[in-house]
Design a protein around this ligand. Structure first.
Ligand code: ADP
Length: 701
C-alpha cells in the first residue's frame, strides 16, 4: 500500500476544522470543543474524535494533548496562508486559488516552509509550544469572503499545528524528531498483487493426463536411418509427444550408414554393456546424440558378426538375428542404465521381441513398471524364423515358446513368428490406420495374423499416421526453390517450372503427374507403369522417383527409363533422393498412389501438404485420408483428391482421367481442390493425442 502523503494527513484532521466552522469561524479557538467528549456526536465529530484518539495513542497524556490540539487551532493559518505568494502557490486546490494576497499575508513567514514541513522532517528545531501560542495573532480571514476558502484555510492551519505539536512533544520527551508526523493506525497492508500470467493458449484439447516417460525402440529414424514411412513416423510421433511435455528417448542401432551429419553432439554414454548372446555376451557401446532435437541412444555391438556395419539397414540373410540382438541389447541397456520408462513403444517385427524380453526376463529382474505399445507398420514382413533365435537371445525353452498362444507361427508349426510374438506380449497393438486395422483383422490383409488379431482384438486398434509439418511444409521448406501457401499458390507454379528445368522436361501447359515411393509390388507396380502411358495419352507429363532392393524390379524400371529417354514429357529417376522428392511434391499437380494395400501411406499426405492432388486406390490409410472430389458424402471443402476402388487399369483410369479432365476443363475446381488438400490437417496433432490416450490406457496406474 502506498505511503500516506502530507495531503492525506490534512484530510484526516479536517473534521475538527469543520466542527469549528459549524460553531462560528471568527472565534476558532473557542468554537473548537476543548475535549472530544464535548463534541457534537455527528459523523464528522466522531471522525475527528477517532483522529484525535489515534494521535493520543502516541502521547502518554491524552488530556493535555487534546486541549493543546484545541487551543491553537487555525493559528498558523495567519502565517501559512497569507505567506503564499499568488505566483508560487500550487494551483492544485481551487480553494487555495481563491485566497487573496493581503499585506498581512505577505508579512507572514515563508509559506513554503510551513506548507512543506511534513515533507521535510529534518527541518530546524521547532519553538516551544508556549512561544508558538504567544506568537498567535488574529486570523487574517477578514478579507476572505468565500466561506469555502476560509474553511480550507482553517483546515490547513489545523493540520500544520498538529504537525508542529507532535514534533515538539517528541523533542520535549528527548526523542528524535519523528521522520513522519503522527499517523493514524495504518491499515493492514494487503497482499501484494503478483503478476498473473495469462492463461496459456492450449493447443490441444482432451483429457489431462500425467506426463509420461516414453522410450521408442526402432530400427529406423528419419532422417538418420530412413528406409520407409516407419522412419518418419517414429520421428514425427516422438517430436509431437515431446511438444506435449512428455519425455521421449529413442533407441536404435548404430549403423555405419547413419546420416551422421544429422546427429548433434554424438558421444559415448555407456561403455560397459554386455548383451547375452548364444550363452555368452557381446560387448556394446552406447552412444548418445540429438537428431533434430530428439534424444537418441545408438547401440554399437563389438563382435565379429558386424551386425550394423554393412552399408544398409536391411537386406541380409541374418536380418532376424541382427534385430533380435538389437532388441535384447535395447532392453539390457534400459535395465543396466536404471531407466524405468512408463511406456516402451516398439515398431514392426524388428523390435517385436522386446516385450517378450521385458515380461519373461527383465520384469523378474525389477523392471516391472514399463508397459509396451507395439505398432505394426506393415503386416507383410513378420520376421518368421527358426528356433535358433530363442537360443541366441537367451530365451531358450522352445517347448514353452513354441506354443500357438505364444510365438509359434500360425501356419508353420516349425517356425517362430516375431510379429505374432509382439501382438501376444504387448499391452496394446496399433496399426497405422483404422481402415487397415479392419482390413488386417477381418478382410484378409493380415498376412496370416488374422486369428491372432481376433484373439487379441480388445487391445488392437488403428491410428492414422501424421506427417511432421516442420519438415513437410511448403511455406518454410528450404529444399524447394519457391515457398508458397494455400493462400498464394504462385510459388507452386514457379516450382513446377523449376522441376521441369531440373529434369529436362518440356515447358508447356500440361499437368505433371508423379509417383514417389518404394518400387515394391505393394505399391501397385503394374498400375504405376500404366499411369505413365495413360498420362501421356491424356496430354500430361510424368515423373517417377523410386527404387527397389530387388534387382529385377529395378532393372525393369531402368529399361522403362531407357524407353522414355527421348520423351520430353517423362522422367524416371531410380534411386533414393530426399531432396528431389521435395521438389517433386511441390512441382507436380497430381500424385498417383495406386497401392494393392497401403497400411497408411505418407506419400499422399505429403503430396496434399504441397498441393499435389492425390489419385489413390481406396484402400487402408489411403481410404482414410483422401476424399474423392466428385463422389463423396463429405462437404465440398473437405474433398481433397481422386479415388478409385478396383485394382485394375480401368479403375486407375477412372480416377486419373477425371483428375486430368478437371485440370484442363475446370481449372477453378482444380485449384479449389489443391487448396482443400493443402488445408487438410494431417499433422501429428490428432494422432499424437490418440497415442497418448493409448499410453494412458495401458500405463501402470
Ligand atoms: P512406405 O512406408 O510403404 O515405404 P510411405 O508412403 O508410408 O511408404 O512412406 C514413404 C516415404 O519415403 C515418404 O516420405 C516418401 O517420400 C519417401 N520415399 C520413398 N521412396 C523414396 C525415394 N526413392 N526417394 C525419396 N524419398 C522416398
Amino acid at each position: 500500500m502506498a505511503k500516506k502523503t502530507p495531503s492525506s494527513e490534512t484530510k484526516q484532521t479536517a473534521p475538527q476544522a469543520s466542527t469549528g466552522k459549524a460553531a462560528g469561524v471568527p472565534a476558532p479557538a473557542a468554537a473548537v470543543p476543548s475535549t472530544a467528549a464535548a463534541q457534537k456526536p455527528t459523523p464528522s465529530t466522531a471522525k475527528a474524535a477517532d483522529a484525535s484518539a489515534s494521535i493520543a495513542k502516541e502521547s502518554p497524556d491524552k488530556t493535555v494533548k487534546t486541549e493543546a490540539s484545541a487551543a491553537p487551532k487555525a493559528a498558523p493559518a495567519k502565517k501559512a496562508a497569507p505567506a503564499k505568494p499568488a505566483d508560487k502557490k500550487p494551483p492544485a486546490k481551487a480553494s487555495e486559488k481563491a485566497i487573496p494576497a493581503s499585506p498581512a499575508q505577505s508579512a507572514a513567514p515563508a509559506p513554503a516552509a510551513v506548507a512543506e514541513t511534513p515533507q521535510e522532517p529534518t527541518a530546524p528545531p521547532l519553538p516551544s509550544e508556549a512561544d508558538f501560542v504567544a506568537s498567535l495573532q488574529p486570523l487574517p480571514i477578514e478579507g476572505i469572503d468565500d466561506e469555502a476558502a476560509k474553511l480550507e484555510l482553517l483546515r490547513e492551519v489545523e493540520a500544520q499545528f498538529e504537525l508542529f505539536k507532535g514534533a515538539n512533544e517528541a523533542i520535549q520527551e528527548g526523542e528524535e524528531p519523528a521522520a513522519e508526523p503522527a499517523q493514524p493506525e495504518p491499515e493492514p497492508t494487503p497482499e501484494p498483487e503478483y503478476y498473473q500470467a495469462p492463461e496459456p493458449e492450449h493447443r490441444y484439447e482432451g483429457p489431462t493426463m500425467p506426463h509420461l516417460y516414453i522410450v521408442q525402440i526402432t530400427p529406423e529414424l528419419a532422417p538418420v536411418a530412413k528406409v520407409g514411412g516407419l522412419a518418419d513416423v517414429v520421428f514425427g510421433l516422438s517430436n509431437e509427444l515431446e511438444i506435449r511435455g512428455n519425455s521421449v528417448e529413442i533407441i536404435l542401432p548404430k549403423y555405419d550408414c547413419l546420416r551422421y551429419d544429422h546427429i548433434w553432439g554424438l558421444c559415448e554414454t555407456f561403455n560397459d554393456l554386455w548383451v547375452p548372446w548364444f550363452g555368452g555376451a557381446i560387448h556394446c557401446t552406447v552412444f548418445f546424440g540429438f537428431v533434430h532435437g530428439r534424444k537418441c541412444f545408438f547401440i554399437e555391438p563389438h563382435s565379429a558378426d558386424n551386425f550394423f556395419n554393412r552399408g544398409s539397414v536391411y537386406g541380409f540373410k541374418d536380418d532376424v538375428l541382427r534385430f533380435a540382438f538389437f532388441s535384447r541389447a535395447a532392453m539390457e541397456f534400459l535395465w543396466k542404465s536404471g531407466k524405468n520408462p512408463d511406456i516402451i513403444h516398439c515398431h514392426d517385427w524388428q523390435t517385436a521381441l522386446a516385450p517378450v524380453f521385458l515380461f519373461e526376463i527383465y520384469q523378474h529382474l525389477g523392471l516391472r513398471h514399463p508397459r509396451v505399445c507395439f505398432t505394426i507398420h506393415n503386416f507383410k514382413h513378420q520376421g518368421v524364423t527358426g528356433a535358433q533365435v530363442l537360443q541366441a537371445t537367451g530365451l531358450n525353452r522352445p517347448e514353452y515358446y513354441y506354443h500357438y498362444d505364444r510365438m509359434r507361427d500360425n501356419h508353420n508349426p516349425q517356425a517362430i513368428n516375431l510379429m505374432k510374438t509382439g501382438v501376444v506380449y504387448s499391452n496394446f497393438i496399433t496399426t497405422v490406420s483404422p481402415r487397415h486395422a479392419i482390413e488386417a483383422k477381418d478382410q484378409g490383409e493380415g498376412f496370416g495374423l488374422e486369428p491372432t488379431l481376433h484373439i487379441h482384438h480388445r487391445k488392437f486398434g488403428g491410428v492414422v499416421n501424421g506427417i511432421d509439418y516442420s519438415l513437410w511444409n511448403p511455406e518454410i521448406d528450404n529444399l524447394i526453390p519457391n515457398r508458397y501457401s494455400a493462400d498464394d499458390l504462385s510459388g507452386k507454379y514457379e516450382d513446377k517450372r523449376a522441376l521441369r528445368q531440373r529434369l529436362w522436361l518440356a515447358d508447356n501447359e500440361k499437368p505433371i503427374v508423379a509417383f514417389v515411393g518404394r518400387l515394391d509390388p505393394q505399391k501397385g507396380l503394374e498400375l504405376i507403369r500404366h499411369a505413365i502411358f495413360y498420362t501421356l495419352q491424356r496430354g500430361g507429363q510424368f515423373v517417377l522417383l523410386g527404387s527397389s532392393p530387388e534387382a529385377q524390379i529395378n532393372n525393369y524400371f531402368w529399361s522403362l527409363k531407357h524407353q522414355f529417354n527421348d520423351n520430353p514429357d517423362v522422367h524416371i529417376e531410380i534411386g533414393f533422393n530426399e531432396e528431389l522428392s521435395h521438389l517433386i511434391y511441390a512441382g507436380s499437380d497430381l500424385m498417383v498412389v495406386p497401392s494393392r494395400f497401403e497400411p497408411c501411406g505418407l506419400a499422399q499426405l505429403i503430396a496434399m501438404r504441397y498441393g499435389s492432388i492425390p489419385v489413390v486406390r481406396e484402400v487402408g490409410g489411403l481410404a482414410d485420408t483422401v476424399i474423392d472430389k466428385d463422389f463423396s458424402w463429405k462437404p465440398l471443402h473437405e474433398r481433397n483428391g481422386f479415388v478409385f476402388r478396383d485394382y485394375n487399369e480401368a479403375g486407375l483410369e477412372s480416377a486419373l482421367g477425371r483428375a486430368i479432365s478437371c485440370y484442363y476443363e475446370f481449372p477453378a475446381d482444380f485449384r479449389e481442390t489443391i487448396k482443400n488438400a493443402m488445408r487438410s490437417d494431417y499433422s501429428w496433432k490428432n494422432p499424437g493425442q490418440d497415442y497418448l490416450n493409448i499410453y494412458d490406457f495401458i500405463r501402470e496406474k
